[in-house]
Design a protein around this ligand. Structure first.
Ligand SMILES: [Zn+2]
Length: 320
């Protein structure tokens, strides 16, 4: 911990996390103080989001990058286990050997029943990680034991998801990424879902009343969303689905970020419409989306860009 570290706590439900993120983003906008993403960490202690969101550690596997505090603690204690296995040159290891082990083999050692809680905890962690240590060496990572590798080993492997790069692109705005992440997990409270839970009297879409309000309806196949997505693609002269096409890194960033801006705007519009029963015309949403994308690109574009990219960006300016 440093004096400028900031700890934020909230309940583990989605609404509380969203409120916390919103309050923090307001604070950042007002104070101009922001977080260093590479040094930030989210911990999940006994929180429940939903079945699919429980294993949250791996963003590549569809998680939120939130660490399970219990497993993380075991992995940290695993470092001590590792020191004893490898007879690390540390005073603490010598002390442990003198007081507890008394020269016995750590891999088969059993503590006496009256030994203290801390020592028994280290012993329990040794048992938990025992299969990972072969001939006193940590086999899960050729570079030796680290808290990170211990954590991954305990939690197990999960297959990657295809949308990982899209949602967690560095250009995407965090609140947009969070909504897109919920879209891909089909975890937004759509009317279809609320209807089946008995929390809503109809499952039809609030925006068009022409179909069930599902994730695929809202973000894929219905005219209101298609108009917004189509017009933004046309403006950018890019296709959001770039599978199999060779485009520059810059265009990759922009495609991902722009699609998420659209999705976020559609979801916000849906919420607004649900509350006040008024629908904003797509052209108005498109205008706001363009402004946001333009400002974001302007902020993040790094020099020197290629001359064709420069020309393209000037073109967006004219078409805004
Ligand atoms: Zn609809």
């Amino acid at each position: 911990m440093n004096s400028n570290d900031l700890l934020l706590f909230c309940k583990g439900d989605i609404i509380s996390i969203m409120l916390l993120l919103r309050a923090f983003s307001n604070f950042s906008a007002t104070s101009r103080l922001t977080t260093n993403v590479s040094k930030s960490e989210a911990l999940n202690k006994g929180c429940y989001l939903s079945g699919i969101l429980v294993c949250l550690s791996y963003q590549k596997s569809g998680g939120l990058g939130v660490k399970d505090a219990e497993i993380w603690n075991i992995a940290i204690v695993g470092k001590l286990v590792h020191w004893i296995y490898t007879k690390a040159d540390r005073l603490w290891v010598q002390w442990v050997d003198h007081i507890y082990l008394k020269g016995s083999d750590w891999s088969v050692y059993d503590p006496s029943p009256d030994s203290n809680w801390n020592w028994r905890n280290i012993y329990k962690t040794r048992n938990r990680l025992a299969a990972g240590f072969v001939n006193n060496c940590w086999v899960a990572d050729p570079k030796d034991y680290s808290v990170g590798s211990g954590y991954v080993w305990i939690q197990g492997a999960y297959p990657p998801v295809s949308w990982y790069a899209e949602v967690w692109d560095s250009w995407c705005i965090p609140k947009h990424a969070f909504i897109a992440w919920l879209v891909y997990q089909e975890a937004l409270n759509t009317r279809e879902k609320l209807y089946h839970l008995g929390l809503c009297d109809s499952e039809s879409c609030v925006l068009c009343e022409a179909g069930k309000e599902t994730h695929s309806h809202l973000f894929g196949g219905y005219p209101y969303s298609n108009q917004i997505l189509g017009q933004i693609e046309h403006w950018l002269q890019l296709k959001f689905n770039q599978a199999g096409r060779h485009i520059s890194q810059l265009h990759h960033h922009i495609c991902r970020m722009a699609k998420l801006v659209c999705w976020y705007s559609i979801w916000m519009e849906r919420n607004k419409c649900r509350l006040n029963l008024q629908l904003t015309i797509p052209a108005r949403i498109v205008k706001d989306v363009k402004r946001l994308i333009h400002a974001r690109v302007n902020k993040l574009i790094v020099q020197p860009v290629t001359s064709s990219d420069q020309l393209w960006f000037q073109c967006l300016d004219i078409l805004m």
